[in-house]
Structures are given as C-alpha cells and as structure tokens.
Design a protein around this ligand. Structure first.
Ligand code: UFG
Length: 327
C-alpha cells in the first residue's frame, strides 16, 4: 500500500516511517519542515509542502498513487493552545478539512488520524475507555476532536475508512539510536528533564503540586514511540470503508510528574533538581488509557511498556544528539 504521512518528518512520523519500511510498505512524507527534520526520514521520499495547500496535496496523491493517509501534521502544545486558540483551530482543524477534500478529489479512501487523549478533557474515570465522554478542556484537544467529527461525517457520507488513534503521552526513541525527539522549543516532560543532566537547564519545573493525586502532581500514561508507531501500521490494515474506529494508545499505568523525574534520576544517575512552580493552564490531573480495544481488535502488543525503558531509550538518543538533528 502506498501511504502518505502528513507531518511525517516529525518525532512520531519518523518512527512510523521506520515501522512502515520495516513492514515493507511504500511511504511518502509530506511535511512543510516547520517542525520536522528531513534528516529524520533519510530513506523516504519527501514532499516539502503544506497541508493547507490542497493543490499540492492532490499532486502528491496523484504522483505517488497514494491509497492511504496517516495525518500527523498539527500543533501539539496544550498549554500554548490556551493562549493561541486561533493557531490551533486554523492549523489543526481547518487543514484537516483541506486534507479530507483533497483525499475525496483523488479517491484516497483510507485515513489513520493522529488524535489525542486531550479529547477526553478531565475524564470521569480512569482508565479511560474510548466510549467515555469527549469534553476537551483546552483548544488543542478541541481542535483534534473537531477533526474526529469531520472524519465521522466524511466516513458516513463519502465511504471513507477511518481509524483515529488517541495517543496518551508519547516518549522514548528508536532503540537503534538514530532517530528521536527533537522539538524546538521542547515542552514535553521527559526530554525537558533529560536536559538537566545534559547541562542544558538547571532544573526541571514541576507545574502544580495541588492536583487531587497522591503526590499532588499530574499523572500521565507514557507510551514508547515505537509501540505507538507499530499501532499505525496495524491501523492501516484495519480501516473499513464507511466506518470510523477509535483506539486509545497507552500502557494503562499512570505516573506522576514526581515519579517520572525519579525514574529519570535512576536511569541517568544524575541528581536532577526540581523546582515547584504554579500549574500550567489546560492540564487535566490524571490521564490513563484503557488500551484493551487496540490490543484485542488491532492485535497491538507493546514491546516497551516499562517507563524505565522508555526513559532509557530517550536518554540514549539525547546523550548522543544533544542538539537533535543539528550537527
Ligand atoms: N510538566 C511539568 N514540567 C514541565 C513540562 C511538563 O511539570 O516542564 C507536566 C505537565 O504539566 C503535565 C505533564 O508534565 O502534567 C506532562 O506534560 P507534557 O507537556 O509532557 O505532556 P501533556 O500531557 O501536556 O501532553 C501530551 C502531548 C499531547 C497529548 C497529551 C495526552 O503533548 O499532544 O500528552 O496526554 F494530547
């Protein structure tokens, strides 16, 4: 199957490209490189263009005989989305519609959508199941949920086959050590913590200590980026025309910010000082996935469920690439 990945030169996209190549699938990366890195996808056809450009998308679909899309291109910072909702609805929601129309125009009938745990907002219960209430508490989650709604309507009306993958907290790096996380600026917890032993920051700030959790800090479910990538390969084979399927992807175990910092201390053998600071806007207290549906229906099996392994792989990457893909 010929697959096009929007945002495929990013952190998650580059690991999916590797998983697709390992599975013998043909893929094309479509990325404007505003956040992505061409160096992360060295052995893949790369189209440098924007998803907002419907004509360029159609050209790419036709030229490469594309049968399926994995749609990753998006802004991803929940905190920032509270300050700049326009950026999120324009770039995440509006370009989703441009993509769907280009797919329709070119008869591309399958899509795997990069959705997020943020569509649940503050969950009624954890672990969260796919049928639980969808009520995002930040514009990032809302911008992604809008795309889920558009996908549902397009599936029904135009026979599109859709799988939405709701990621929990993605971390780690490829065990081969040559691709990993390289965001500028970095906003995610694990890479920020690892900047301390790298000498790039003095301490890690803990955002909020008064959440209703055992140690007062937010709890998240961390998933290895390679396990997440494998789920995309399986999801491509699970699309059915006219149907929408949604799967949570996490490991079903929550770790507090303090526990993640402690794991990083153990893995790096560095002291890693922490500073208590106020809450970051838009953060729910606790997000933990029930991923049984993906395990049962997609036959997904995580290879690296342990937080210590996820951190160890991330540490290996950051130690050897302290400036990401910059040489
Ligand atoms: N945090 C800190 N200090 C930091 C950075 C983060 O305490 O310097 C805390 C956050 O407040 C949060 C937790 O660490 O409680 C995790 O924060 P991240 O920014 O690493 O991740 P988020 O949970 O905000 O969001 C991530 C992805 C989203 C996805 C979400 C799903 O960025 O795209 O996970 O859980 F939707």
């Amino acid at each position: 199957m010929n697959v096009l990945l929007t945002g495929g030169a990013g952190y998650i996209g580059s690991h999916i490209v590797r998983a697709l190549q390992d599975a013998g699938q043909e893929c094309v990366v479509y990325d404007n490189l505003c956040k992505g890195n061409a160096e992360a996808v060295p052995e893949c056809e790369l189209v440098v263009a924007d998803v907002a450009d419907g004509e360029a998308l159609q050209n790419a679909f036709r030229e490469h005989d594309i049968e399926a899309v994995i749609h990753l291109a998006a802004y991803i910072e929940a905190g920032e989305s509270v300050e700049k909702p326009d950026k999120y609805f324009h770039n995440n929601t509006r370009i989703g519609l441009t993509l769907l129309d280009a797919m329709r125009e070119c008869n591309v009938g399958k899509i795997v959508f990069s959705s997020t745990a943020a569509v649940y907002g503050t969950p009624e219960r954890v672990p969260i199941e796919e049928t639980d209430r969808l009520e995002p508490i930040n514009p990032y989650g809302a911008s992604k949920l809008c795309v889920e709604y558009m996908l549902r309507a397009y599936a029904t009306a135009y026979n599109l086959g859709v799988v939405s993958l709701r990621y929990f907290n993605v971390a780690g790096a490829h065990p081969d050590g040559d691709i990993g996380e390289a965001h500028t600026p970095e906003t995610h917890l694990i890479p920020l913590i690892l900047q301390v032993p790298l000498g790039k920051r003095e301490n890690i700030k803990i955002f909020g200590q008064d959440y209703g959790t055992p140690d007062g800090t937010c709890i998240r479910d961390y998933i290895h980026v390679c396990d997440l990538a494998d789920a995309h390969v399986l999801a491509l084979g699970a699309t059915t025309p006219g149907e929408v399927k949604a799967y949570n992807l996490g490991n079903g175990e929550g770790f507090s910010v303090r526990e993640v910092i402690e794991t990083c201390r153990l893995v790096t053998e560095a002291p890693i000082p922490a500073e208590e600071t106020p809450r970051r806007p838009g953060d729910p207290a606790r997000l933990v996935a029930a991923s049984q549906k993906a395990i049962t229906e997609l036959k997904w099996q995580p290879n690296f469920p342990e937080l210590a392994t996820i951190v160890a792989h991330a540490w290996e990457w950051h130690k050897n690439h302290p400036n990401g893909y910059e040489t």
